[in-house]
Design a protein. Structure first.
Length: 260
């Protein structure tokens, strides 16, 4: 069963999402891009709020592929205390250099999830490169939320291949991109570790506020929430498998569940 990643922009939204059964609370600014980062103060507030067992992620921003800049931003957000940091990988600039910079952070314990974009002709060869760099995971999303959802840009067969390749290489794998309830059943059959939602959880769409009833509807379609220990175990298993596939991988991914 896939977990529910709920993208939120405030502690108030995070509280609602967690109460209604979100497995991963994902901190980002939906008003300013696909992966726009929230201010550090809001991320720090969310980390301070998070009850024991809460799994937090945060986006680093829609950044140009400049290795020093990407490493700086990811390190700064990781230092705030979230479980893992999401960063988009774009073909323009120096994505290979950015991946090398992120590999150095991973060796120091930073858990990074790379995001590829289904509406930008993603190169699935990055799956092997991400695994080889020792990063925690990879996911597909959409960059332009006005251009339709994930399954408009890639077929279910293509998505199945993405998930399979990522899992075979020990990566945590997620799917997102303007997903609705109708997308859940076909995507769950592909066995991603989580499905990510924003617009489907909100009253008034992506730019609105998260709505408890909307989250409950998505939660029902996905099935019961996963226990934090199950999510952490999946992360640990992925880390161990990734180490077997990569010389540069370090010790298995440590538990994401926040312990206070």
């Amino acid at each position: 069963m896939s977990g529910l990643l709920a993208s939120v922009r405030s502690v108030d939204e995070a509280e609602i999402a967690r109460r209604e059964g979100a497995d991963i609370i994902d901190l980002k600014d939906p008003d300013h891009g696909a992966l726009a980062a929230l201010p550090a103060a809001i991320i720090a507030e969310a980390v301070a709020w998070a009850p024991a067992g809460t799994v937090l992620s945060a986006t680093a921003g829609d950044l140009p592929m400049q290795p020093a800049l990407v490493a700086e931003k990811v390190a700064a957000i990781a230092a705030l205390g979230v479980g893992f940091v999401k960063i988009g990988l774009y073909p323009e600039g120096d994505p290979a250099g950015c991946l090398a910079a992120l590999a150095r952070l991973a060796r120091r314990g930073t858990r990074v999830v790379i995001v590829l974009f289904a509406d930008r002709q993603p190169d699935f060869a990055w799956i092997e490169r991400v695994a080889g760099a020792g990063l925690a995971g990879i996911m597909l999303d959409t960059a332009d939320k006005r251009a339709g959802g994930l399954r408009r840009h890639l077929t279910d067969d293509q998505l199945a291949g993405f998930v399979r390749r990522a899992r075979e290489r020990g990566l945590i794998v997620g799917l997102a991109g303007s997903l609705g309830i109708a997308d859940i059943a076909p995507l769950e059959r592909l066995r991603p570790d989580y499905l990510g939602f924003r617009g489907a959880l909100c009253a008034g769409g992506r730019g609105g506020s998260v709505d408890a009833a909307a989250i409950r509807a998505v939660r029902r379609a996905l099935g019961p929430p996963q226990a934090p220990v199950a999510i952490s175990a999946a992360m640990d298993a992925a880390g161990a498998q990734r180490a077997a596939h990569s010389r540069s991988a370090v010790s298995p991914v440590t538990r994401l569940a926040k312990s206070t």
